[in-house]
Design a protein around this ligand. Structure first.
Ligand SMILES: [Zn+2]
Length: 278
């Protein structure tokens, strides 16, 4: 009876061990079958690629046997591979440096041209004059050869300089209690031009140049009312309105501006009166 129990335990142990080892073997076989060429690519990012199920080294440009990890590792450690990889990396670094320096050179040229257009605008010099200065710029100025003809400057750079200037004006007068100066004149083509200036503390800037078909109290008032929102100046903010003593400007203040802006004070400036006396 005792012997039978011992034999039973022996068979039970043998069965259990057999089951356990076969489970382990299956697991090992299972892991082995999930390894693909793509596994090696994931294990070594940047070193390999898969083409038609074949593992290729990106630097040596030939196939590598992928089923055994040790074969792949040996290839990565080989002198041929490390030399080719470092050669490739050096080439990439040089290319990156070249691109960076080209980009910075391009950017510095853009800044020079932008500043040139801005300087001409501030000095009130027509951009056409640039064409006769190109030779001088090329001979004596660094990056002077990069300055284009006036037509290109007008087309490509003036809008950019203008928008930067406009933004700076908007910042300057944003929701400020500005004083407004308005006057009308005629240009070389006998068109009526209305210039509007804003003043806040020590800053007086031309904020709008408008060409009007008819100049009267209504059109002048409409022009000013349309300018204020462009600079985010609320209708309750302006304090002072300076104009000449023309009858239509007095009427503009009395009939159009004062009803909308009761806080506004009108001062007909004396320069105009003195001019009339003179
Ligand atoms: Zn290689």
């Amino acid at each position: 009876m005792c012997n039978m129990i011992i034999v039973s335990f022996f068979f039970f142990d043998a069965f259990f061990l057999n089951f356990f080892f076969s489970f382990l073997m299956k697991r090992r076989r299972g892991i082995k079958t999930t390894v693909t060429a793509y596994t090696r690519v994931e294990e070594n990012p940047g070193d390999f690629r898969v083409d038609n199920g074949i593992l290729f080294c990106n630097f040596c440009d030939h196939s590598v046997e992928w089923t055994r990890k040790s074969t792949v590792d040996d290839h990565l450690k080989s002198i041929t591979h490390t030399n080719k990889k470092s050669l490739h990396e050096n080439k990439q670094r040089r290319l990156q440096q070249t691109l960076t320096s080209s980009f910075s050179s391009f950017e510095s040229k853009k800044i020079i041209i932008h500043d040139l257009v801005e300087a001409f605008a501030i000095a009130d010099i027509p951009l056409e004059k640039v064409n006769s200065l190109l030779g001088f710029f090329k001979k004596h100025c660094k990056e002077g050869g990069a300055i284009p003809q006036a037509a290109t400057l007008c087309q490509s750079y003036v809008p950019q300089v203008f928008s930067v200037h406009l933004e700076s004006l908007k910042t300057l007068f944003y929701q400020k209690p500005v004083a407004i100066i308005m006057d009308e004149t005629t240009d070389a083509c006998q068109r009526s031009v209305v210039n509007t200036l804003f003043t806040y503390r020590k800053d007086t800037k031309l904020v709008s140049v408008d060409f009007l078909l008819r100049v009267n109290n209504v059109t002048m008032g409409q022009t000013l009312i349309s300018i204020l929102p462009k600079y985010d100046v609320p209708i309750t903010s302006p304090r002072l309105f300076l104009s000449d003593s023309a009858a239509y400007m007095k009427k503009c203040y009395k009939d159009v501006l004062h009803p909308l802006m009761p806080q506004l004070i009108h001062i007909p400036y004396c320069a105009h009166i003195l001019n009339l006396i003179g």
